[in-house]
Write a protein that binds this ligand. Structure first.
Ligand code: ADP
Ligand code: MG
Length: 491
C-alpha cells in the first residue's frame, strides 16, 4: 500500500466512479439479474422486479424457472446453457411469465463472468422489454394468416381475375379458366372483350368503367361468352385497388356463376308471359272482331249490285281499320313470341300507350275507364321493352281484377327528377290489407280463385333487373297505387 502513488490512487478513484456511473446507467435502462454458476438468482434490479411483478425477496435464491412461460421448447434452454457454460455470450428473445400470469418478451444478453481458470462463476443477464414489438409482430403474422385464408377462400369459391388500369388481364384463377373455357395463356394479356357476349349495351360498360375508374366498387350481373360460344351469367363485383394518390392501379373482379338461376328466372318469366298471352287471347279476338265487322260491312256495301258509292272515299276508313287490326296482332304476337333479353333505348310513354290500346276491350268489358297522364317528354331509357310491358300488363290486369264492378284506372308516367322515371297505376279497387301487402311478390301468393300468384313475383324481378323499384301503397277498401321507379342511367 505504501507504494501506491497519489497518481494511481486518483486513477483508481476515477475508474471506480466510472464503474458506478455505468452501473447506474445499466440499472436505469435495463432489466438486470445475476445468477451463480448453477443459475440461482443472487441479484435483481428494480426493473426486473417491476416487469416480473415479484419482489426481490421472492426472487433471490430461486432460479429462472420462476418466470418460465413454458413457451420455449426445452432444447432452447439447453442450447443457452451449453453456450454460456462454455464462457460464451448468449443472445436471444425470451418470453417470460409475470407473477399475475401475463406474458412479456425480453431481448436477452447473458454474459458469463470467468474465474482464473476460465470457468464461469456467475452470469449477468441484461434484458430489454420487447413485448410491444413482439405483439405487433404477432398481430401482423395473424393478419397475414387471415389474409392468406381469405384469399384461399375467395379463390376456392369464386371466379377471380385481376386486370391492370387499362383492363388488360394480369391474373385469372382456375375457375375463371374453367367457366370461360380459355386457358390461362389465352387470357393473360387480353382484355375482357375476349369473353364479351355482345348482350350488354355500350352504356352498360361505359357505366362500369366510369364507376371503377372513380375508385368505386361496381356490382352487377354480366352475361359472358365462353370459348365454345356458350353463354354464361356471372354475378360480378369489381374492386378497384388505389395507389397513394387515390387512383386505381388495378382491378380485382370476383364473380360467381349464376347461369342456372338466370335460366330458371327466364323460364318462369316465359311461362308467366304465356299465361298472360292465353288470358289476353279472348280480349284480342274481340278487339279484332270489331274492325273486321266494320270492314265487312263496308265491303258488302261497296260490292252491292246497285252500288252508287265511290269506293275511293272509303279507303282511308278501310285502311285505318286494317291498321288497328295489324297493330293489335303485332302487339299480341310480340308478347307471345319466345324472347331473348334485349336491352335497347325505348320511350316508356309509347310502351304504355300501346299496352293501353291492347287492353281497351278488356277494360270496357269490365266497365273500367282507363285514364292516362303520360308526359311526352320523358327521357329515353335503356330497357328490355318486352319485359317492361309484361310488368305493365301485370299491374294493369291486377288493377282491373281489383275493380270487379268497374271504376277508374289512372296511369301516370312522369319524371320526378332528371335521373328517374316514375310510372304509377292508381286504381279504385278493393285495396290490399296490411298482412297481404307484406306478401306481395312471394311466389304463388294469390287471393284470387283463379290466380297464379306469379305476376308480381315476375314483375319484381324484372324491375330489379332494371335497377328500379316497385312499391305498393294501399289500404283495404281504399284502392291501390303501384309505383315503378326506374333510373334513367340504368344498365
Ligand atoms: P294473381 O294476380 O295471379 O293473384 P299477382 O302476383 O299478380 O298474382 O298478385 C298477387 C296478389 O296481390 C293478388 O292475388 C292480390 O291479392 C294482390 N294484388 C295485386 N295487385 C292488386 C291490386 N291492384 N289491388 C288489390 N290487390 C292486389
Ligand atoms: Mg296478377
Amino acid at each position: 500500500m505504501l507504494n501506491i502513488t497519489g497518481w494511481a490512487e486518483e486513477e483508481l478513484k476515477h475508474t471506480l466512479k466510472e464503474l458506478a456511473d455505468l452501473k447506474f446507467a445499466l440499472d436505469a435502462s435495463s432489466i438486470v439479474a445475476i445468477t451463480d454458476r448453477r443459475g440461482i438468482i443472487k441479484f435483481v434490479n428494480e426493473k426486473f422486479c417491476e416487469i416480473s411483478q415479484y419482489t426481490t425477496e421472492e426472487l433471490l435464491g430461486q432460479d429462472h424457472r420462476i418466470i418460465n412461460s413454458g413457451y420455449h421448447p426445452p432444447d432452447f434452454f439447453k442450447m443457452m446453457w451449453k453456450t454460456i457454460s462454455k464462457g460464451e455470450i448468449w443472445r436471444g428473445e425470451i418470453r417470460n411469465q409475470a407473477k399475475d400470469g401475463t406474458f412479456y418478451w425480453v431481448d436477452t444478453t447473458i454474459v458469463p463472468f470467468l474465474d482464473d481458470e476460465g470457468k464461469p462463476y456467475q452470469y449477468v443477464s441484461i434484458r430489454s422489454d420487447i413485448t410491444k414489438r413482439k405483439q405487433a409482430e404477432e398481430d401482423l403474422k395473424m393478419t397475414m394468416k387471415q389474409l392468406a385464408d381469405l384469399k384461399y377462400a375467395i379463390e376456392e369459391s369464386s371466379i377471380v381475375a385481376i386486370t391492370d388500369r387499362q383492363g388488360t388481364i394480369q391474373y385469372v384463377n382456375d375457375r375463371f379458366c374453367m367457366i370461360s373455357k380459355y386457358s390461362r395463356e389465352e387470357l393473360i394479356g387480353q382484355d375482357h372483350r375476349i369473353i364479351n357476349s355482345g348482350q350488354h349495351s355500350k352504356e352498360f360498360f361505359r357505366d362500369l368503367w366510369k364507376t371503377i375508374g372513380q375508385g368505386k366498387v361496381w356490382k352487377g350481373e354480366i352475361q359472358n361468352r365462353a370459348k365454345d360460344g356458350a353463354y354464361y351469367w356471372v354475378d360480378t363485383i369489381i374492386v378497384p385497388f388505389l395507389n397513394e394518390q387515390g387512383k386505381p392501379y388495378q382491378y380485382v373482379s370476383i364473380r360467381s356463376d349464376i347461369t342456372e338461376r338466370k335460366m330458371s328466372e327466364e323460364l318462369l318469366r316465359n311461362s308467366e308471359r304465356l299465361t298472360i298471352v292465353s288470358q289476353l287471347a279472348a280480349g284480342v279476338a274481340h278487339e279484332i272482331r270489331n274492325p273486321l265487322t266494320a270492314l265487312k260491312r263496308i265491303v258488302r256495301m261497296l260490292g252491292g249490285k246497285n252500288n252508287l258509292y265511290d269506293a275511293t272515299e272509303y279507303f282511308p276508313l278501310i285502311l285505318s281499320e286494317l291498321d288497328r287490326i295489324e297493330f293489335i296482332m303485332n302487339e299480341y304476337l310480340m308478347l307471345a313470341k319466345p324472347q331473348v333479353v334485349k336491352f335497347a333505348e325505348k320511350r316508356v310513354s309509347y310502351m304504355l300507350e300501346s299496352i293501353v290500346k291492347l287492353l281497351t276491350v278488356h277494360a270496357s268489358m269490365n266497365s273500367i275507364r282507363v285514364v292516362t297522364e303520360l308526359d311526352p317528354d320523358l327521357t329515353i331509357i335503356n330497357c328490355d321493352e318486352n319485359q317492361l310491358k309484361q310488368v305493365f300488363i301485370n299491374l294493369i290486369k291486377n288493377a282491373f281484377e281489383a275493380m270487379p264492378n268497374g271504376g277508374k284506372l289512372l296511369i301516370q308516367a312522369q319524371q320526378p327528377d332528371p335521373d328517374h322515371i316514375l310510372v304509377r297505376f292508381v286504381d279504385e279497387g278493393v285495396g290490399i290489407p296490411e298482412e297481404v301487402l307484406a306478401k306481395l311478390g312471394e311466389p304463388f301468393f294469390t287471393t284470387k280463385e283463379k290466380g297464379t300468384g306469379l305476376g308480381l313475383m315476375v314483375s319484381f324481378r324484372i324491375v330489379e333487373s332494371h335497377h328500379g323499384t316497385l312499391t305498393f301503397k294501399s289500404q283495404s277498401g281504399q284502392g291501390t297505387t303501384a309505383e315503378i321507379l326506374l333510373p334513367v342511367a340504368n344498365r
